[in-house]
Design a protein around this ligand. Sequence first.
Ligand SMILES: NC(=O)c1ccc[n+]([C@@H]2O[C@H](COP(=O)([O-])OP(=O)(O)OC[C@H]3O[C@@H](n4cnc5c(N)ncnc54)[C@H](O)[C@@H]3O)[C@@H](O)[C@H]2O)c1
Ligand SMILES: O=C(O)C[C@H](O)C(=O)O
Length: 316
Amino acid sequence: MKITVVGAGNVGATVANVLAIKKFASEIVLIDIKEGVSEGKAMDMMQSAHALGYDTTVRGVTNDYAATAGSDVVVVTSGLPRKPGMTREELVGVNAKIVKSVVGEALKHSPNAIFIIISNPMDAMTYLTLKATGLPRNRVIGMGGMLDSSRFRYYLSEALNKAGHPATPTDVDGMVIGGHNDKTMVPLVSIATLRGIPVTQLLSKQVLDDVVQKTKVGGATLTGLLGTSAWYAPGASAAALVEAIVLDAKKVIPCCVYLEGEYGEKELCVGVPIVLGKDGFEKVVDVKLEGEEKAKFDESVVAAREVNAQLGDALK
Ligand SMILES: NC(=O)c1ccc[n+]([C@@H]2O[C@H](COP(=O)([O-])OP(=O)(O)OC[C@H]3O[C@@H](n4cnc5c(N)ncnc54)[C@H](O)[C@@H]3O)[C@@H](O)[C@H]2O)c1
Ligand SMILES: O=C(O)C[C@H](O)C(=O)O
């Protein structure tokens, strides 16, 4: 299996590194516009192959899409990250140009690839990719829900430990749907559990509200601490999507996909649980949303449409 990662910055390099360590890919191509950066990072990774025991070839190139030819999966991380105090949505204009051009180039050389979109604002970049490439919707998948769900599990485990219920993030089951957006993502508290026990039986409403709020601004919190946005969890989350596709794992993961009537919506990309396997997303999984969670999902849809409206000329 050959995987291309476009953008060799913090997130792209982390995706490539995690994929190499996971050993299921035969070749990973890292491509960037910055002369020498991909080559250097790929060489550095290859020099860890002995210590980490992997045989995957990691190759770095500057702007040479011919080297990406025949990729099975293309992960798009090229674009500006936000700085402290910014929203992801403020990146729409500059990143739309970058994403549109790189997906076009990548598709020319890998006509059968499945595209995983990371660049922000991710829901709009996923929609743009779908429209610009004309690909069937199963082959264009945005990564946000996997990351937001990991943060949700992390903050839930923290709160559970504090309340006297020992828990690691992997002991907790929890899912975040809706847009990858500080204000309107939807952590589904109603179906979150600690080893099968509903968290609503273990934590107060006040504590759960605090977990939800921390999850929603999880990316902004890290941006404030780091001076640029996060990369370890985003890179690992993107690699988990690649893994589900390459291994045909048929995992249920919340991802950003184009809706055609599911959840009562169409003509936009937003986060919902999907089954992910070798053909990309195989189906949308319906979770019955009620009350506040349904209202929040509807708000998320409105917000996603507003950002899509700012894509303007990029959609032509
Ligand atoms: N979806 C998510 O959950 C998620 C998580 C983290 C970051 N992000 C987004 O991912 C993007 C990358 O973040 P980062 O921290 O890696 O940023 P970064 O600045 O470290 O890396 C971005 C890289 O993209 C490259 N690039 C720019 N234009 C390019 C082009 N036309 N072709 C190829 N490469 C190009 C840059 O040279 C740079 O190396 C940002 O938009 C960020 O907001 C999304
Ligand atoms: O917060 C950001 O801007 C980057 C990313 O979307 C994240 O959630 O870490």
